[in-house]
Design a protein around this ligand. Structure first.
Ligand code: PAF
Length: 266
């Protein structure tokens, strides 16, 4: 596997022949990313993993500076799962003039739920993903279903801007105790990790037919977590719904970390 550290060194991947799969990441790779890389490996001749902590998608309350970064560990994991290239540019290379003058805005889909808690987050995601699509020019790009709102926004980005890429969604990878894999889990103490399990448990209650109030009560009863939201939405527009099929989405704070998770209902 080749590591590419600058935009100037990027090959014309499409000219290499065959199909190109991109797995966009912010590094701190774990087995959840590994499953995306494996999927990309099955589908494509060339697999590129991008590894870039994108400052545009961090708000003031998010910890951009302390976001975990370990290029050697990322390279080891990406190679193990079959990537051909790891693209890990410097921030000055991606944004030479600092915050760009021209960027992508995501509308209402980007301002509810995660977007309400993290203003500007999805505009930052949509902007960097558009840049990555332009730089790598993949035939397919792989995103995890854990970030359900991000996935829906990227699908809409591709449709609305007529981008020449197929978005492929990969299912959530869970630890045996049910916690969804996330780079943020690395920052949980064992006790915080135990407390975090209430989120997949509450989603499971909803899937088993309990009401949103009952599922929220389960989370509220746990003094070590702070619920941000637990809702059931229509996956098409992220508006709250009582219809099925639907998507249950939750976010909570535990210790220093904010975790999200979701489960399909019906
Ligand atoms: O999901 C992520 O890791 C990031 O939001 C993404 C898609 C790589 C954009 O920076």
């Amino acid at each position: 596997m080749q590591i590419i550290r600058s935009l100037a060194d990027l090959p014309d991947f499409r000219a290499l022949g065959g199909s190109v799969g991109l797995v966009p990441t912010m590094g701190a790779l774990h087995d959840g990313h590994g499953s995306l890389i494996s999927l990309a490996r099955e589908d494509n001749d060339v697999v590129v993993v991008s590894d870039f902590v994108n400052p545009l998608q961090f708000g003031e309350e998010d910890d951009y500076v302390n976001y975990p970064r370990d290029l050697d560990a990322d390279a080891e994991l990406a190679q193990r799962y079959g990537a051909d290239y790891l693209f890990a540019p410097a921030v000055e290379d991606m944004y030479p003039g600092g915050t760009p003058q021209i960027s992508v805005t995501t509308g209402t889909m980007g301002t509810v739920l995660e977007g309400a808690s993290r203003p500007g987050h999805f505009d930052g995601v949509a902007t960097v993903v558009t840049k990555l699509f332009t730089l790598i020019h993949p035939h397919r790009a792989y995103f995890g279903e854990k970030d359900a709102q991000q996935l829906a926004i990227i699908r809409r980005l591709v449709t609305d801007l007529n981008l020449d890429v197929e978005v492929v969604a990969a299912p959530i990878v869970r630890a045996p105790d049910g916690l969804a894999e996330s780079s943020r889990n690395q920052r949980l103490s064992p006790a915080e990790r135990d407390a975090a399990l209430v989120l997949p448990q509450a989603l499971r209650l909803l899937a088993d037919g309990s009401s949103v109030d009952e599922a929220r009560a389960l989370i509220d009863a746990n003094a070590n977590v702070e619920l941000d939201y637990l809702v059931v939405v229509d996956p098409a527009d992220f508006g709250e719904t009582t219809k099925r099929p639907a998507l249950a989405l939750g976010a909570l704070r535990v210790g220093p970390v904010r975790l999200i998770d979701n489960l399909r209902l019906g």
